[in-house]
Design a protein around this ligand. Structure first.
Ligand code: BG6
Ligand code: MG
Length: 219
């Protein structure tokens, strides 16, 4: 049997931080004098902070100087950090702990593959850091999802061949990145949005141990 590796996205897969990202972007938009809706926030999932800032300014029709751009991006993150500061284990999404325990018990290598530069403190806050053999996040990559760099680097650090890796993702860009990396892509969320995923579940409660065993066996 080929050695398998599992790669988890963070925001929207392990914890529902999308709501805090949304609140922080909405605060900034409102300060800049326009509305940012929850529907528009969908476009921000899996997308780097810098790219989100560019999209937000497009939505507001605002032309920013480089200085303003950088200042607003810092402001958004300071605001976001205030929200995540209050996070604890109660914010881990349903059955994430069961799946992590299942893999850990079988000594399967586990990586985080996230666009966020705040990944490590979030995992610490919710008490999941020790599950991860490696963390690849926005601080380690130069190319954002849908580029496969984040997942390829995670596979390399796990010492697992890319096509033996399984990726859990909630963002369209992340599914595209996993597919490009030649990994098994598992969408966590709405099947209509994540239609390019090889498998799809609304959340981990729908993913039973038989399915996980099937992945390990390479079925
Ligand atoms: C992704 C989120 O995981 O991380 C995006 O889905 C976010 O919405 C991106 O913009 C970057 O996060 P951070 O924490 O570095 O601002
Ligand atoms: Mg995500």
């Amino acid at each position: 049997m080929n050695k398998k590796g599992f790669i988890f996205d963070l925001d929207g897969v392990i914890v529902d931080t999308a709501k805090y990202h949304y609140l922080a972007w909405r605060d900034l938009a409102s300060e800049l004098g326009f509305e940012f809706t929850i529907e528009q926030n969908e476009m921000f999932k899996g997308v780097s902070r810098k790219r989100c800032m560019e999209i937000l300014l497009d939505i507001g029709g605002i032309a920013a100087t480089k200085n303003q751009f950088d200042t607003w991006m810092i402001e958004k993150n300071v605001d976001y950090l205030k929200y995540i500061d209050k996070m604890d284990a109660s914010e881990i999404l349903p059955d994430v702990g069961r799946v992590l325990d299942f893999l850990k018990k079988r000594k399967i290598p586990i990586a985080l593959g996230s666009a966020s530069k705040n990944a490590q403190p979030i995992l610490e806050k919710v008490g999941l850091l020790s599950y991860f053999d490696t963390i690849v996040d926005g601080n380690n990559v130069t190319k954002a999802k849908p580029d496969p760099e984040v997942f390829l680097l995670a596979a390399e650090q796990l010492g697992v061949k890319a096509d033996n890796c399984i990726v859990f993702e909630d963002a369209v860009a992340g599914i595209e990145a996993a597919n490009k990396a030649n990994m098994i892509s598992i969408g966590i969320g709405d099947n209509n949005i994540l239609s390019e995923a090889q498998y799809n579940f609304n959340d981990f409660t729908e993913m039973d141990n038989a399915f996980l065993n099937g992945l390990l066996a390479g079925n």
